[in-house]
Design a protein around this ligand. Structure first.
Ligand code: MN
Ligand code: ZN
Length: 344
């Protein structure tokens, strides 16, 4: 059996470059993709450090997977050898309630590539052709990994039913928050971004935020009154910080009849009151992964509405994975997005 190399998290805090059997295509996974680039996401870091309750070990992680189709079985209609693709990370049962109502991203038997089943930090992966989406020709593989976080932002805005009427608070402006800003602003809504790092807030202003709040230096409640019409507060708050207290904060600051979108996986208890939700008739909605949003994200990139160039800050060859995760742990302020490359 031919062997390939992969990055495996053996157990929390233990990373190894392993050899595994090269995947072979079959009736279900009918396309073989040579992985060209794979992004490092907060959830990958969480699995490495044992902070992702959903993950099982040992695991080849990585769910931001782009590459070139090198083999396609007879049943593959959507892609052919030579195609440049990004791979949907969600696999679902197709039969449960969530699947039947068209929400496979929260399937009862959800299996996410790189979390519950082996993902994209390896040289080859076999997947169904229907999970492959063609990349825009002018987008480098390294930049194309950002289509995945873009789909996550599209999902959150879809769950939020965002409109141009909204005055939106995006809490946190790291990799997820900045993708959220670029997608949310397409709705025409006014957007306020809060974070603790001035450089990130300056970038947010350049990228379409109308106001920013530095949570370490300014009073969030007062600033939101100042920045929203009639001191109403945000009509939509999206939690891209996902800290222990962020949900409680968003329930407090969001205006009457508003929506609060949660995206975090923290299991730390946080205090919320029924009054805080009922008195304002807030909608608290979770947004997990994405529900077949890849084509929408790719179309936005192709139309020039989303720009994914110059957003990657660091690339590492995948065999230097330990160095990359160690560097990420330094929280160097230059880090925006780390991407693994796979060509020798
Ligand atoms: Mn991701
Ligand atoms: Zn299902």
């Amino acid at each position: 059996m031919e062997k390939i190399k992969a990055i495996q998290i053996v157990k929390p805090e233990e990373l190894r470059i392993i050899e595994m059997d090269k995947p072979v295509i079959d009736g279900k996974n009918n396309v073989l993709v040579k992985v060209k680039a794979s992004g490092m996401c907060g959830s990958d870091v969480g699995i490495y450090h044992g902070q992702n309750a959903a993950a099982t070990y040992p695991r080849v992680i990585g769910h931001e997977i782009v590459g070139e189709v090198v083999e396609a079985g007879p049943s593959a209609k959507k892609v052919k050898p030579g195609d440049r693709v990004i791979i949907d990370q969600v696999t679902a049962c197709g039969h449960c309630y969530a699947c039947r109502i068209g929400r496979p991203n929260v399937c009862q038997h959800l299996a996410v590539r790189g979390v519950h089943i082996d993902g994209g930090y390896r040289e080859y992966i076999a997947v169904p052709d229907t999970d492959c989406y063609l990349l825009p020709d002018d987008l480098r593989y390294e930049d194309a990994v950002l289509i995945e976080p873009t789909t996550i932002a599209i999902q959150a805005c879809s769950r939020a039913q965002i409109t141009s009427e909204d005055e939106v608070l995006i809490m946190g402006c790291g990799a997820l928050g900045s993708r959220m800003l670029s997608v949310a602003k397409l709705s025409g809504a006014k957007i306020i971004v809060a974070d603790v790092v001035d450089e990130k807030l300056e970038e947010a202003l350049k990228n379409g935020a109308s106001h920013t709040v530095n949570l370490l230096k300014e009073n969030l409640d007062e600033k939101l009154k100042e920045y929203t019409t009639d001191a109403y507060g945000p009509t939509l708050s999206i939690d891209c910080a996902c800290t222990k207290d962020s949900l409680g904060t968003l329930i407090r600051v969001t205006g009457n009849a508003g929506r609060v979108i949660t995206m975090g996986f923290s299991v730390a208890p946080t205090e919320v009151t029924q009054f805080g939700i009922t008195s304002k008739e807030l909608d608290i909605r979770g947004s997990r992964l994405q529900n077949r949003k890849f084509q929408e994200a790719i179309d936005l990139v192709r139309e020039g509405k989303i720009d994914l160039h110059q957003k990657i800050s660091h690339t590492f060859h995948f065999t230097d994975a330990q160095k990359a995760f160690d560097f990420n742990d330094t929280h160097d302020p230059s880090i925006r997005k780390i991407v693994f490359t796979f060509d020798n």
